[in-house]
Design a protein around this ligand. Structure first.
Ligand SMILES: O=C(O)c1cc(C(=O)O)c2c(n1)C(=O)C(=O)c1cc(C(=O)O)[nH]c1-2
Length: 257
């Protein structure tokens, strides 16, 4: 389980090692999440979080397309494909990105402003693009393993749904629909990815690469919350050009807020 290890772990030992990475590093541990779920964010801080997270959401289908583009295995491509439509939607069936925009609508944002990503923090953009590039450039095993943070997402989403509904009068069932839907989607996707990694990471090197990919991904998520905290909590200095409270709202929303 460390750099000196010479004998590969069994698949179940590998799973335990991957879960340990989540237990130690997943962004559920970030103080921004306590603040968000515990009702201690201002409306502006919730707005900043949702605006920045749109960048992540909207890049996920590009990341999944990058994985498919380099995959010779037809079964894996078929299995991975629904991840794209889960986010982009299908004719007559809205996807996760639309549900995320319902959340930003509920927070008063103008959709074009959100979609333009012009107000996102530089660190958000860099972290998200690093994830897309990682998946495009590293081995397929690492690309699949980097999605394994989703193993840990459902607990976080459950806390988020109940915490935010309870704590904020500007959050309602309609705007948390994104997270309710992920409660079914994420375990299915993470279960498949975990099984793939357990079957394909057989050597010490492959197992270390899979663990490294998951660690990298926890850093992609953590860096986004660090940046958000610096810009909008303390010291509260958004980068030049990044969103400032009141910007990017739909006409008339500011007066009602
Ligand atoms: O709210 C969250 O904390 C959170 C985390 C993650 C994750 O762990 O990567 C994802 C999501 N949400 C999510 O909604 C989502 O669609 C998603 C896709 C992926 C991925 O790596 O393919 N992660 C996540």
């Amino acid at each position: 389980m460390n750099g000196a290890q010479r004998t590969p772990m069994t698949p179940d030992e590998l799973e335990a090692a991957l879960r340990q990475i989540g237990a130690e590093r997943y962004h559920s541990l970030h103080p921004f999440h306590d603040r968000l779920h515990g009702g201690h964010c201002t409306r502006e801080q919730v707005q900043a979080w949702a605006l920045n997270r749109y960048c992540y959401q909207s890049a996920i289908p590009r990341k999944d397309a990058a994985l498919i583009a380099r995959c010779d295995d037809r079964d894996l491509r078929r299995e991975w494909l629904h991840r794209i439509t889960d986010h982009d939607g299908l004719e007559g069936e809205e996807g996760g990105i639309e549900r995320w925009l319902v959340l930003t609508d509920g927070l008063g944002f103008d959709r074009d402003y959100v979609i333009s990503r012009q107000g996102a923090l530089p660190a958000t953009k860099f972290a998200v693009e690093a994830y897309v590039r990682f998946v495009a450039e590293r081995t397929l095993l690492e690309a699949v393993a980097s999605s394994l943070t989703e193993l840990f997402a459902p607990n976080l989403h459950k806390q988020r749904i109940s915490g935010m509904l309870e704590s904020y009068d500007f959050i309602n069932e309609k705007v948390v629909a994104y997270f309710r839907r992920r409660l079914d989607q994420a375990p299915r996707d993470a279960g498949f990815a975990l099984d793939y990694v357990k079957r394909n990471a057989r050597t010490v090197e492959q197992q270390q690469a899979a663990m490294g990919a998951l660690t990298f991904k926890t850093e992609v998520l953590w860096a986004q919350l660090d940046a958000l905290s610096y810009a909008y909590v303390s010291p509260g200095i958004p980068a030049p050009g990044a969103w400032r409270p009141g910007e990017g709202m739909r006409a008339g929303v500011e007066a009602a807020a």
